[in-house]
Design a protein around this ligand. Structure first.
Ligand code: ZN
Length: 450
């Protein structure tokens, strides 16, 4: 895998970095290790990249490095250290339409989103926004995920060249039912897939915008081309009821799809379902579709803030049935879906997941689960969990520094601690974007709040 993001690190790189603070390490839906007065020892490897070589108490960490003379101490007591976030579905080219009126998904797309994406045809604008946006990602602690760019191939390269972390990115393929300025011919679309997939391999993601805008031929052929390069696939599925009706009515008139009776079946016939495929939303699925998702191990990106009611700045699409996904062992992870979602912080997404399920009286939407699904679960879907996703030994030292709640040492229950750290009122959601104090990537501080 190619990584064009060149990290400019300081000259001297000590062999070890000793990081002291309260460590919060998500392991799965039910388990998350909390070590108050904890320590991480990071060890320098190739290219001055650091991996975790010890996670334990402050004492254990101190004694591990006590004989070495080449140690940098990083004292973050009074703060929590958590792994960097994976945001598994967002549109980097929709940053400016996050807060536009969203009374109807299809109207919001055609009135605000598509005209804005048109701006990215300018390479200068796209590059300038990619640089700005990469900083916004670090500020909220997002260090990986699955990204939608615009139709313009350079918007993929600009993202991959500038974002720090483990991202897969795709240009949205739009060949029909789209405004002229966002429509590409089938040939041009397939040429872009050929070019980008061969350049970016597993960092490229074949991205039909959704079935209405992308011809079956482009989906099918695009998959054949990109599969050879081990690229991923992402698209939108069953976000709202009227979208499903619209999709099915369109495909009734498309050759070889006249008899299709579910949204997922369209993608299935184009060969898009696989372990390397991420479906955004998947809220209104029929039983048959759920089963097929499970059979093919197709993953779901769940975007609670985007699906939330209008008065919570979402599109009012409904509540994802995470329990059913779990029962069927379908991989899923959380995501912001900006601009459908209003804010870029994954902490706001965690809050929304917990709050919405609580309100609907669905049990099990814990903070522990939300944290796992915002970190390691994303890395698992991208097949990067051996090296990323949490702070286990042997993984890259990608972590965030956040304030601990007052008197945190007196809080013995993990859920209570996480709730105090992450929960804010609906009126206070903007404050999430300033919650992360520092962001570290491969053992180097890449963002620090003044
Ligand atoms: Zn989306």
């Amino acid at each position: 895998m190619k990584n064009r993001v060149k990290m400019k690190f300081m000259n001297h790189h000590p062999l070890y970095k000793l990081v002291l603070g309260t460590i919060i390490n998500p392991l799965n839906d039910k388990h998350c290790t909390v070590i108050s007065k904890g320590g991480l020892v990071l060890k320098r490897g190739k290219n001055a990249e650091y991996k975790v070589c010890l996670i334990g108490s402050e004492k254990e960490a101190e004694s591990y490095v006590q004989r070495s003379k080449d140690v940098e101490r990083i004292e973050l007591q009074g703060h929590a250290l958590i792994p960097g976030f994976f945001d598994m579905h967002f549109h980097w080219v929709q940053d400016d339409v996050r807060l536009m009126p969203k009374d109807n998904l299809l109207n919001w797309l055609s009135q605000y989103t598509w005209p804005y994406e048109h701006k990215f045809q300018s390479k200068t604008y796209s590059k300038m926004r990619a640089k700005q946006f990469s900083k916004e990602l670090l500020e909220v602690g997002t260090l990986g995920g699955a990204v939608y760019a615009s139709i313009h191939p350079h918007s993929v390269s600009h993202a991959l060249e500038n974002f720090i972390g483990e991202f897969i990115v795709g240009n949205v393929l739009m060949t029909m039912n789209s405004p002229d300025y966002l429509t590409l011919s089938e040939k041009k679309s397939l040429d872009s897939v050929k070019e980008l997939a061969s350049e970016w391999k597993a960092k490229y993601c074949l991205t039909p915008r959704f079935a209405p805008t992308t011809s079956p031929r482009v989906m099918k052929e695009g998959r054949k081309i990109s599969k050879g390069h081990k690229s991923f696939v992402q698209t939108h599925l069953s976000e709202t009821e009227n979208e499903i009706e619209y999709v099915l009515s369109l495909y009734k008139n498309i050759e070889n799809f006249e008899d299709v009776d579910s949204y997922l079946e369209i993608y299935d016939r184009c060969g898009l379902l696989s372990k390397k495929t991420i479906m955004g939303h998947a809220i209104h699925l029929r039983d048959k579709e759920w089963k097929r998702m499970a059979q093919t191990q197709t993953a779901i990106a769940h975007c609670p803030t985007s699906n939330a009611p209008h008065n919570e700045l979402g599109l009012g699409s409904g509540l994802f049935d995470f329990k059913k996904a779990d029962r069927l062992k379908i991989p899923w992870a959380l995501a912001t879906d900006i601009g459908g979602g209003p804010f870029l912080s994954m902490i706001d997404v965690m809050r929304s997941f917990v709050d919405q399920n609580k309100k609907a009286k669905v049990s099990g939407a814990t903070w522990t689960r939300a944290l796992y699904r915002s970190t390691l679960a994303g890395a698992e879907i991208l097949d990067l969990d051996k090296k990323h996703g949490n702070l286990n030994i042997g993984k890259f030292a990608n972590f965030l520094v956040l304030p601990l709640p007052k008197q945190s040492d007196k809080i013995s229950k993990r859920e209570e601690l996480l709730e105090k750290m992450f929960h804010r009122k609906l009126t206070d959601r903007e404050s999430y974007s300033s919650l992360v104090k520092q962001t570290w990537y491969k053992g180097h501080m890449v963002f620090s709040k003044n």
